[in-house]
Write a protein that binds this ligand. Structure first.
Ligand SMILES: C[S@@+](CC[C@H](N)C(=O)[O-])C[C@H]1O[C@@H](n2cnc3c(N)ncnc32)[C@H](O)[C@@H]1O
Length: 175
């Protein structure tokens, strides 16, 4: 079972993301996916919510973003930003794996810089496969991993296949 990092570590990481997001705006990565209004998105390992907030703006009021993190500070931070910005289409989930979402109801899962941290990544991939619609997208990046490792780790159980590599992310499809 995974454990959240310390509060101080989480706050330090969140501070760093502010600079990262200025240099590399989250919307640029999301634009590689082709997100449409009305989509339902899960941001798995959302951290302080950089991608959850950007995704919520792209899917609009008819869509929904589920922001999931193991760390309660991540959940608080997403709720706080959403409330300050008047964003109502984000729901937060505090969990280390189980999403509690229905089978086959999600259009896109975002899995950014989280996979390398997972103690049991195959169990998480199985859960993501369960909640995604047929042929829908797992958008992946992890700067701790090399391309070959990413593709073999995500495709080895034949739950996902590589569709394409974009500039900032890998697009896998649910098999
Ligand atoms: C490096 S941060 C990335 C945050 C965000 N995806 C981003 O790119 O801005 C990794 C996040 O994954 C979360 N995390 C680690 N293990 C997890 C698990 N088993 N389940 C859910 N979240 C987890 C951490 O708490 C942290 O917020």
């Amino acid at each position: 079972m995974d454990k959240p990092i310390s509060n101080i570590h989480f706050k330090f990481m969140s501070f760093g993301f502010k600079f990262r997001d200025l240099l590399r705006p989250p919307k640029n990565k999301l634009n590689e996916i082709g997100i449409k209004p009305g989509f339902h998105i899960l941001d798995y390992g959302c951290g302080p919510g950089s991608y959850s907030i950007a995704a919520a703006q792209l899917v609009g009021n008819s869509g929904k973003v589920y922001a999931l993190d193991i760390h309660p500070l991540g959940i608080e931070r997403v709720q706080d930003i959403a409330s300050k910005k008047g964003i109502r289409n984000i729901e937060t989930i505090c969990s280390d794996c189980a999403t509690g979402l229905e089978d086959g109801n999600i259009d896109v899962v975002l899995l950014y810089d989280t996979f390398h941290d997972l103690m049991d990544p195959d169990v998480v991939l199985k859960e993501l496969h369960r909640i995604l619609k047929p042929n829908s997208i797992l958008s992946f990046s992890d700067h701790h991993m090399k391309k070959g490792e990413i593709v073999s780790e995500i495709t080895k159980k034949t739950l996902f296949k590589l569709s394409r590599k974009e500039k900032r992310s890998y697009i896998f499809l649910k098999v």
